[in-house]
Design a protein around this ligand. Structure first.
Ligand code: AMP
Ligand code: MG
Length: 501
């Protein structure tokens, strides 16, 4: 027994580090200097730690207990450089709301560096709200506390739902104020992702007629993330197409609407990035537009699948020095089947079905019609549906209370029951399968808003942590948390979010 102790101690010591002991290998900063600006963060006034996510810390082998909260606030907000970091602001451009913008870039975010953990995984440390860079275009380089809290919670919620996303490591608050619609307090979010290369990263290089740099970036991404595609650019592009299709399908399945699906907000790895005026849908509404500034509804929930493809087409055009037009088009053709296959897979799982049958298309279409016409709470409906049993056949109360027109529900349930009987579904098995894919908790806009108001008005950050813990395991009911499944209360009925952040 006693012989084991030093071994355990040694392993622990080897794996975990304090905030100044992280292991960096900054591969992007070694690429040609045209791809970024070397720039340090501008410190915030009196930074203090608001939230630190132990799950994200574990990804970079960071042991938060080895540093004080003050040290964490200073290093994780960029006020002091973490040893080994080489801060840069990345260059990119993009199509914003369909319009080509020749230069965007990290205007208020800085890539501090890339940490390699013990397992060899690489994580970008990307600091949002870090101050102005060459790409700020007149912006103040800051992010407001409310938007940072929303991103922190949304990315962890997305991860909890099993959807690829950036991860949120730390929120640091400050005495610095910034002007938006009103004066607000500035904060930083340190987030992690395997890469921050976006569709817009190659778009800007192609537009500047720099095929050499397009190749450099693509080679870099392939080498780092999918070395099997080395030199096979068409296959790599096809892979990005499929990953994006699956990502969008996953969003549709949980009712997530990104809000600003510009090409600069889509990752080449098919992971969710840049949470702004996003929304998780409550009452099912295909025309849901979370972004109050998106008056045309370009990025509505039901537009996301088509927008994903449109963005991939723009991205593909930027790769035409590496692939032929035919290869590009062929790759894009993979989008629709990949999207449909993945969405059907997810919806079938939500319904607890294990087999694929011809009548499923109608069963699903009828259900979504019912959800739409009655504005049924998307999340609670599926969770309550898992209570339904074929043996009993009656409508569970929790399900009944979600709809206004019981007749339509009963008609659909009859078809559902027949379908379950066809595949000899066993209630108990199906119920436990359904409970693993239909979340109890999502980040409802009002929940995020309540956490924000507590943080802003009372400097009480406990609600951020409470939500993080709920959303981390969204499929498990947790005690005393019933209200977190509820629809927006009166005070929050008319909440809107906009691009201002
Ligand atoms: P976003 O809408 O956050 O994806 O940002 C779009 C572009 O505007 C990116 O180039 C950002 O870096 C830039 N940007 C957004 N807000 C600011 C700000 N406050 N200061 C400087 N640049 C900003
Ligand atoms: Mg962005």
């Amino acid at each position: 027994m006693s012989r084991d102790v030093p071994v355990v101690f040694f392993v622990y010591w080897y794996l975990m580090a304090s905030v100044t002991g992280l292991h960096f290998d900054n591969s992007y900063a070694r690429l040609p200097p045209e791809l970024y600006e070397v720039v340090d963060p501008t410190p915030l006034d009196s930074p203090f730690l608001i939230a630190l996510n132990p799950d994200a810390a574990a990804l970079i082998d960071l042991d938060a207990t080895l540093s004080t909260a003050e040290e964490m606030a200073i290093y994780l907000s960029g006020a002091r450089r973490i040893p080994g970091a080489e801060p840069i602001a990345m260059l990119y451009a993009g199509h914003q709301f369909g319009v080509w913008v020749p230069q965007l870039g990290d205007g208020r975010a800085i890539l501090l560096g890339e940490v390699v953990n013990e397992r060899g995984d690489r994580w970008d440390l990307h600091l949002k709200g870090a101050g102005q860079t060459r790409f700020a275009r007149g912006g103040d380089g800051r992010a407001v506390l409310r938007s940072v809290i929303r991103e922190y919670l949304a990315s962890e919620a997305m991860h909890g739902l099993g959807i690829p996303t950036t991860r949120a490591l730390a929120i640091v608050g400050s005495q610095t104020t910034v002007q938006r619609e009103s004066v607000e307090s500035a904060a930083t979010l340190l987030r992690l992702a395997p890469s921050h290369v976006r569709f817009g990263t190659t778009e800007v290089l192609a537009a500047r007629n720099r095929p050499d740099l397009v190749r450099t970036v693509v080679d870099h991404v392939i080498e780092k993330h999918t070395p099997a595609h080395r030199g096979r650019y068409a296959a790599w592009f096809r892979d990005v197409v499929v990953r994006t299709a699956r990502l969008v399908a996953s969003w549709q399945a949980v009712g997530f609407t990104h809000g600003v699906l510009n090409t600069d907000n889509l990752s080449v790895l098919g992971c969710t990035i840049d949470y702004g005026p996003f929304g998780f849908m409550e009452g099912f509404d295909p025309s849901f537009v979370p972004n109050h500034s998106d008056t045309e509804g370009r990025y509505a929930y039901d537009q996301q699948p088509a927008i994903g493809l449109w963005n991939l087409a723009r991205f593909g055009e930027s790769l035409l020095s590496l692939i032929s037009v035919d290869e590009g088009e062929e790759a894009l053709e993979a989008y629709r089947p990949a999207f449909e296959q993945h969405l059907t897979l997810r919806v079938r799982a939500k319904l607890g079905l294990t087999e694929t049958r011809p009548e499923d298309t109608k069963l699903m279409a009828d259900l979504f019609d019912l959800l739409r016409t009655q504005r049924v709470d998307y999340t609670r409906f599926f969770r309550a549906l898992s209570l339904y049993t074929t043996v009993d056949g009656t409508v569970p109360l929790a399900l009944r209370s979600e709809v206004t027109d019981a007749t339509a529900l009963e008609a659909w349930l009859t078809a559902y029951r027949d379908r379950l009987v066809t595949e000899r579904s066993r209630d108990a098995d199906r119920q436990s399968r359904m409970a693993r894919v239909n979340p109890v908790y999502i980040l409802r806009t009002w929940l995020a808003e309540r956490a924000i108001r507590k943080a802003e008005d009372e400097r009480d950050f406990s609600e951020i942590e409470k939500l993080r813990l709920l959303l981390r395991y969204p499929f498990s009911e947790q005690p005393h948390s019933m209200e977190y499944t509820e629809s927006a209360p009166d005070w929050a009925r008319d909440l809107v979010v906009s691009c201002s952040s």
